[in-house]
Design a protein around this ligand. Structure first.
Ligand SMILES: Nc1ncnc2c1ncn2[C@@H]1O[C@H](COP(=O)(O)OP(=O)(O)OP(=O)(O)O)[C@@H](O)[C@H]1O
Length: 250
């Protein structure tokens, strides 16, 4: 995947000339001070925003001009910085909502609840339960989402993304609001995802997490890329140190 895309919003160029690649099967971190343009990059990849120019591609397929549901069906799923769950729906229903955008049965099939429709629904439930199992929430499948702890709601968002069977999982501050124990568990999940061959691109302010699990880190400041490299290279990079000077990195 690479991107090279100015994105102007109300006169502000949020992201300018940012270009990087995410190698399949790796965990890559996108970091930078608040307002650096990290979420904007995610919104560009997932077609929430459109770049004014540049290219964003996934496995040699251009994502420019594709609608979000097509991007999901290519194998890209994401979570959001602010939790976006259907709070009054069950845990399972939330994951199914993600799976549904991949179902192929047409309107007629859905109206008459044909065998094809029933078969697809059964497969979606199995996929959803598998995703819940992965994040340890299967036992709570029937709970209302709003009754989950904050950390578990974040894990549910990951399960919902996994329900679409992505090849690339994009996580926006997955450890945000998690306690130490929940963060440690999250790290094991991300490592497991990588071992399963799922590529992970994440934004995270928890630097110890980023340094521990990312093979590569891309650093943004004021909408531009200021560094890219291994955790060791990034820790030593003078521009990165300067960008973070005075910022609490813990
Ligand atoms: N829809 C929008 N309209 C106007 N300005 C926007 C919009 N989206 C983002 N911005 C601005 O673009 C800049 C980059 O925002 P973005 O959310 O991408 O930063 P970020 O690096 O993800 O920040 P944080 O770490 O605080 O989440 C900021 O100055 C932000 O205020």
């Amino acid at each position: 995947m690479c991107s090279d895309s100015p994105r102007t919003s109300g006169g502000l160029t949020a992201v300018n000339n940012v270009s990087f690649e995410v190698e399949a099967g790796t965990v890559v971190g996108l970091i930078g001070p608040n307002g650096a343009g990290k979420t904007t990059v995610f919104n560009l990849i997932t077609a929430i925003y459109r770049p004014d120019q540049g290219e964003i591609s996934f496995d040699q397929t251009s994502l420019i001009n594709l609608p979000t549901h097509r991007i999901v069906s290519l194998g890209i799923a994401r979570t959001f910085q602010t939790i976006r769950l259907f709070q009054n729906m069950s845990v399972l229903e939330n994951v199914l909502a993600g799976c549904h955008c991949q179902m192929k049965a047409g309107v007629i099939s859905s109206m008459f609840h044909t065998p094809r429709q029933r078969k697809e629904e059964g497969a979606a439930i199995q996929k959803a339960l598998k995703a819940l199992d992965f994040v340890g929430l299967r036992d709570q499948a029937e709970q209302l989402s709003k009754n989950l702890s904050y950390g578990n709601q974040r894990l549910l968002e990951i399960a919902r993304a996994l329900g679409t069977e992505p090849r690339l999982l994009i996580l926006d501050e997955p450890a945000g609001g998690m306690n130490e124990q929940e963060t440690a568990l999250l790290v094991t999940f991300i490592e497991k995802l990588r071992d399963m061959g799922i590529t992970v691109l994440l934004i995270e302010h928890d630097m110890s997490l980023v340094m521990r699990i990312c093979e590569k880190i891309v650093v943004l400041e004021y909408g531009s890329k200021i560094a890219e490299g291994t955790p060791e290279e990034i820790k030593r990079d003078a521009r990165v140190i300067e960008a973070y000077l005075g910022v609490d990195n813990d």
